[in-house]
Unconditional design. Sequence first.
Length: 72
Amino acid sequence: FFQRPEMHKIHHKEGVHYNNFSDLPLWDMLFGTYENPKEKEDMACGFCDTKERKFVKILSFKNVNKPYRKSK
């Protein structure tokens, strides 16, 4: 029913960040972002360099994404 720590660790896998968003796996299953590790996997966690520099802004809920360009 709830996400196990090793499932959420996949979300924080270095260079990935697109699986297992929710603490309730049902949402990830519905939206196709669910990944269930078959066995304990040793993996590096973290943000890529550009996102690492934005970490404080991310924690303070500031928008760190590039704005969309207006179409002509």
